[in-house]
Write a protein that binds this ligand. Structure first.
Ligand code: PNS
Length: 163
């Protein structure tokens, strides 16, 4: 295997502990990981702006060696090319993730020869999703055990401002 970085693309709105597990596994496998904060066209209504997502990610991965965070616009295959990644990494929580990710992986390879590597998410975190974190936090629920400290404090700040 080459020593190039692997791209971990996602919307990370916000990053949660399931993502951190994937980042840790990717860093162990590849040595260098570029986290690509991207727009997901099927998720138009976000909670955090892209620069806020990047800042929370940077704070959350600062102690994992070899990890950097960048925002990208456009296609994940172009982001991979831009950061010199031949591979992308994705975490699989369940069969639903597999269905979506397999189609994207085949498409990305077909269009740009960028390969996708899957890692199995930690069993104690397979239920965690950014969507439900956003929903629960927006109604004042406590999700601090599911997210890094930097995200928990941002969610608490929003909750305080809107209460
Ligand atoms: O965390 P998400 O929302 O599941 O991440 C999805 C993401 C951002 C990786 C995906 O929507 C994506 O790759 N977006 C960039 C646009 C793109 O490359 N589209 C073609 C997919 S085959």
């Amino acid at each position: 295997m080459t020593s190039s970085t692997v791209l971990y693309p996602g919307s990370f709105d916000p990053v949660h502990l399931g993502h951190i597990d994937v980042i840790e596994q990717a860093a162990e496998l590849f040595g260098a990981v570029t986290i690509g904060v991207m727009h997901n066209p099927s998720k138009p209504s976000g909670l955090f702006a892209i620069d806020e997502r990047v800042a929370m990610l940077e704070a959350s991965v600062s102690e994992i060696d070899g990890v950097s965070v960048r925002a990208f616009t456009g296609l994940a295959i172009d982001a991979a090319k831009d950061c010199g990644a031949r591979f992308m990494v994705k975490g699989l929580r369940n069969a639903g993730d597999f269905e979506i990710e397999q189609q994207m992986a085949h498409t990305n390879y077909s269009v740009a020869a960028v390969r996708t590597v899957y890692v199995a998410c930690r069993p104690d975190r397979v239920f965690v999703s950014s969507r439900f974190i956003r929903e629960i936090a927006q109604y004042g629920g406590d999700v601090s055990h599911l997210v890094p400290a930097a995200v928990a404090s941002e969610l608490a700040r929003i909750a305080k401002a809107t209460s």
